[in-house]
Design a protein around this ligand. Structure first.
Ligand SMILES: Cc1cc2nc3c(=O)[nH]c(=O)nc-3n(C[C@H](O)[C@H](O)[C@H](O)COP(=O)(O)OP(=O)(O)OC[C@H]3O[C@@H](n4cnc5c(N)ncnc54)[C@H](O)[C@@H]3O)c2cc1C
Length: 384
């Protein structure tokens, strides 16, 4: 069953075509193996080569740099559809978009050649490394540092819970380059993860989105060439934050994909499960959970479209992107819990999709800025 809320809004032909490509790929290729990937925690590298070939990697990166040259709305549509198949796969597309945007905006032609093009062909894998043991929401407490050494740099420190750390070829690493300058004393480095002095921590076992590997990265006096510095020295914090508006629209769309899958399964199950001589869909208590789910799908989609419209128009999207991410993530967690409830005991059993959706949804309230941090951003914008 396909539920298409908002189709009346009308998408351009190009947007509809991109959504259709992602939808077909998700339904035919991703969804059938999602439970298996959740169980095995395997990294489905073959999907990414095919997504890259289908033009679904680097969606907003200009064509001249190897991307699809599309806009933020296209990115959101693709993220939703892929996530409806399996959030872990969308998650990887979101990570590539984040790095792709960073390299497009700040990379030198040589850095784009070395990192961006192979990334968009799925020949090299990336990581985006900010978080540390003492620096989660509070990135001002960052300890990883790089000091100048002749022509180049020496990097030391440790990152944790970094997407792709177990499999990435390179990472964009946020490090302190001027300890006295606070947020203005941080810079971004492109680090090849086979460099001497780099070690990878163990792969973590996660609650959900288990096919996106997460782990630590440690840097022990890692020597970096001068051109490992991405963008201007001292602008790293600003650069990493500047790509997060689009990133948060992507996470909102990923959460929306999870919501859509929960809604589809809840409707199907409520129609076929009979208790007290009738389908449970005839009980008002169940109907209202389904109605609330659809209401949140619709509201989430409108918020995402608005944030994407602002991004595509070049306006300030921070408030809209934080609102969309926060709303979508809260809705995904609450409504997947309802979906489990509608499924009764079967919703608690491994292999039944809503059980996985519930687990997959939770991290959307935590990564790319927790939902408490999103509320802080909203309040700061409103009260400025
Ligand atoms: C699966 C997974 C993947 C991840 N991927 C990456 C990645 O690729 N790259 C990367 O750099 N990081 C990544 N992270 C890290 C993630 O971004 C952080 O976990 C997140 O930013 C929160 O930091 P923390 O876990 O240290 O929580 P803390 O910052 O310690 O927060 C703990 C709690 O306190 C709340 N809190 C903190 N400060 C405030 C405040 N001022 N006001 C109100 N409440 C507050 C938080 O909202 C949270 O509820 C990942 C984490 C996970 C679990």
């Amino acid at each position: 069953m396909t539920i298409d809320l908002m189709d009346a809004q009308g998408l351009s032909e190009a947007h509809a075509a991109m959504r259709e490509t992602a939808r077909r790929f998700a339904a035919a290729e991703i969804a059938p193996v999602a439970a298996e990937l959740d169980e095995s925690e395997a990294y489905p590298g073959e999907f990414y080569a095919r997504l890259a070939a289908a033009g679904l990697f680097g969606i907003t990166v200009p064509e001249a740099l190897g991307g699809a040259g599309a806009d933020a709305l296209a990115y959101a549509l693709v993220m939703e559809e892929l996530s409806r198949g399996y959030a872990s796969v969308a998650d990887q597309v979101g990570l590539v978009e984040l790095l792709g945007t960073l390299l497009t905006q700040y990379g030198s032609p040589a850095q784009q050649e070395r990192y961006l093009r192979p990334l968009l062909k799925a020949e090299r894998r990336c990581a985006y490394a900010l978080t540390e043991a003492e620096a989660g929401s509070d990135l001002g407490s960052l300890r990883t540092a790089a000091r100048r050494d002749g022509e180049g740099w020496v990097l030391s420190g440790a990152k944790l819970w970094i997407h792709n750390a177990p499999v990435a070829d390179f990472a964009a690493v946020l490090a302190r380059t001027d300890p006295a300058a606070g947020h203005r004393g941080m810079s971004v480095f492109l680090v090849d993860l086979d460099s001497p002095g780099v070690t990878r921590g163990r792969k973590e076992h996660k609650m959900g989105q288990r096919a996106s590997p997460v782990g630590g990265l440690a840097f022990d006096e890692v020597r970096l060439p001068r051109d490992a510095l991405l963008g201007p020295e001292g602008r790293g914090f600003h650069m990493m934050m500047s790509v997060l508006d689009k990133g948060r629209v992507g996470i909102a769309a990923l959460a929306l994909g999870i919501l859509m899958a929960a809604l589809e399964d809840s409707i199907a199950y409520a129609r076929q499960r009979v208790q007290f001589g009738k389908p449970i869909a005839e009980f008002q208590a169940v109907q209202w959970m389904i109605a609330d789910m659809a209401k949140d799908v619709q509201a989430t989609r409108l918020m995402i479209m608005e944030a994407a419209r602002l991004l595509d128009g070049g306006g300030r999207a921070t408030l809209a992107a934080s609102m969309a991410k926060c709303f979508a993530a809260d809705a995904a967690v609450a409504r997947t819990a309802d979906a489990v409830q509608i499924h009764g005991g079967s919703g608690y059993i491994r292999g039944v999709r809503v059980e996985r959706l519930y687990r997959d949804a939770k991290i959307t309230q935590i990564y790319e800025g927790t939902n408490q941090i999103q509320r802080m951003i909203m309040a700061r914008t409103l009260l400025a």
